[in-house]
Design a protein around this ligand. Structure first.
Ligand code: A2P
Length: 275
């Protein structure tokens, strides 16, 4: 253990455990609870932390000698002074059972290295970018949607977000609604981003899993767009393990090929945080 003082900033609360070496101790700036299952929070950003939009970092709490760390996609863009995250609350989850109680002024631990597969550089150039998400899987897209590079590489962006109920869709809806008013990227995004929502467990304007909506063709009819085509389109997928498996199978069936930084291609996948 190193000798980082128990107070990081004047507004930080005292810590009961020393901060592990080579870990950033950051201060919670704001917290917002959307439902009893979902919340978002913002923390100060370590000056030295560099990340590509779509990547994740490891997050923990200073509540043990050896804190539990879990992967969290950064939801904020690379140019933001703060870091934003969108999290599930799992009642007996080793991290989220405690993380869901954080308040402004509290300390969150962040490992210094960002990584991940959901990055623009893993995709070859094309016309349309489809971001397919469920639940907290929308988080990396919140970062990518606020990155100017997304609009340099693609003419059109279609974000799909499917959740159990309507209240869980609010984070993504506000994100997209605020894009055009953003002083930095508003102009770039104007008229180029579409949001496609559905719910699976509460009645709403559109119900059903995204896999079913795409397979039936309703997705294309609702948006009035051409079908997914590996010649013109790229796909990024983020959600639960089962969702990834099924959407991956679907796009592979349409001729899409999984890409990586060393071998860019037409789609990429990342598992959303689970516990
Ligand atoms: P469902 O309610 O039918 O399970 P969760 O909050 O459990 O991660 O789920 C988020 C959303 O992802 C839910 O709407 C859920 O639908 C949907 N989902 C779960 N599994 C799959 C899958 N294999 N393919 C597509 N969507 C899925």
């Amino acid at each position: 253990m190193n000798t980082v003082p128990a107070f990081r900033a004047e507004d930080a609360r005292p810590l009961n455990f020393p901060i592990p070496p080579n870990v950033h101790a950051e201060t919670v700036v704001s917290v917002r609870h959307y439902t009893d299952r979902l919340f978002s929070f913002r923390v100060t950003r370590p000056q030295s932390l560099r990340f590509r939009s779509g990547e994740f970092v490891m997050i923990g709490l200073p509540n043990a000698e050896k804190p539990v760390f879990r992967a969290y996609s950064v939801a904020s863009p690379a140019w933001d002074d703060e870091l934003e995250f969108f999290s599930i609350k799992v009642p007996d989850g080793p991290l989220t059972s405690e993380l869901q109680k954080i308040q402004p002024g509290d300390t969150v631990l962040i490992r210094p290295k960002a990584t991940g597969t959901l990055v623009l550089d893993a995709l070859t150039p094309a016309k349309r970018l489809f971001m397919i998400s469920t639940g907290t899987g929308v988080a990396p897209f919140a970062s990518l949607l606020r990155d100017p590079e997304t609009y340099e590489k693609f003419e059109q962006v279609i974000l799909t977000h499917t959740c159990r109920d309507r209240a869980e869709l609010v984070y993504g809806q506000e994100l997209v609604a605020n894009l055009e008013n953003d002083p930095l990227i508003g102009e770039l995004t104007r008229g180029r981003v579409r949001l496609y929502n559905s719910t699976t467990r509460e009645p709403s304007e559109r119900m059903g899993r995204i896999t079913a909506l795409i397979s039936s063709g309703k997705f294309y009819e609702d948006l009035g767009i051409e079908r997914l085509n590996p010649e013109t389109d790229r796909v990024m997928i983020c959600g639960s393990m089962h969702m990834l498996r099924d959407v991956k199978e679907l796009v592979e069936g349409l001729g899409f090929v999984e890409g990586s930084l060393s071998s860019p291609a037409s789609f990429v996948v990342e598992r959303a945080f689970v516990g």
